[in-house]
Design a protein around this ligand. Structure first.
Ligand code: SF4
Length: 259
């Protein structure tokens, strides 16, 4: 699955970069043969802007490729810390890639998955350790068994732990670490929760679409994303890997660090 995601990511990246290089070359050549001086200057200016855009995109692309290659090889080498390249990747290259894949309907979830993985990898390099009070876990409502009658208003405290879905185990895990949680009915609700709760760090569980759009929107807050499993189709009786959730909590938790 991850190999497929990587392949789609590379294909779309190469396509965009090839189109930009073609446009740059085309404008350069057009400028070369135009007789009117003004047109020539305008075209050179456009060519320069396009060339600059290609350079920025290439920087973002190369940085992300390094992280993907490192992950593919399961290398222990640390993620390349390059704040400039990271900023380019997260604020320019990946949003553009996501928008294009959305626009042409090209393996959207695969590209979103790459974005989420890269964000997660980068956040891990930040040596972030937060106290339980500052950490917030946002869960999608579809983790709850669709036949369950318990109504969650804020957190998942109302769960009776009948084990018909994963919420009971998640409740136990969060209680163990003393971390609060909130249930979100979608991306907009999740953003509202973040606004209201003002956490210092968020672990969000959701589908590729909600996670990637949420992570794009709240770039000033560290958000670690975990994609839910959806064997019953979208938004119905979904699951989350509890081990992955615990690993993320332990990794960023100050309490765990102190133990
Ligand atoms: S584990 Fe909790 S949320 Fe899930 S079905 Fe049982 S009571 Fe409802």
């Amino acid at each position: 699955m991850e190999n497929n995601s990587n392949r789609y990511f590379f294909r779309l990246s190469f396509l965009i970069i090839a189109v930009l290089i073609f446009l740059t070359a085309f404008v350069f050549l057009t400028a070369r043969f135009f007789s009117l001086q003004t047109y020539r200057i305008i075209l050179y200016a456009i060519a320069f802007i396009l060339f600059f855009a290609v350079m920025l995109f290439l920087t973002g692309f190369i940085w992300i490729k390094k992280i993907i290659t490192r992950n593919e090889k399961n290398s222990n080498r640390k993620t390349v810390k390059n704040p400039f390249a990271a900023k380019l990747s997260f604020r320019l290259f990946m949003p553009f890639l996501l928008a294009v894949s959305d626009l042409i309907n090209y393996n959207k979830d695969e590209i979103r998955r790459i974005y989420i993985n890269i964000c997660n990898e980068y956040i891990k390099t930040g040596k972030i350790k937060v106290s339980p009070e500052k950490m917030l876990v946002i869960l999608p409502h579809c983790l709850q068994n669709s036949k369950c009658t318990v109504r969650f208003v804020e957190g998942i405290d109302g769960c009776t732990g009948c084990n018909s879905c994963g919420i009971g185990a998640i409740k136990e895990l969060l209680n163990k670490y003393g971390i609060r949680s909130r249930i979100a009915t979608g991306g907009t609700a999740a953003r509202k929760i973040i606004q209201d709760e003002k956490p210092g760090f968020v672990i969000a569980v959701a589908c590729e679409r909600d996670l990637s759009s949420g992570m794009l929107d709240v770039q000033n807050l560290p958000v670690y994303g975990i994609i839910n499993e959806r064997p019953n189709g979208p938004c119905r009786d979904t699951f989350v890997d509890i081990n992955e959730l615990e690993k993320a909590i332990a990794f960023f938790s100050l309490k765990e660090n102190a133990e």
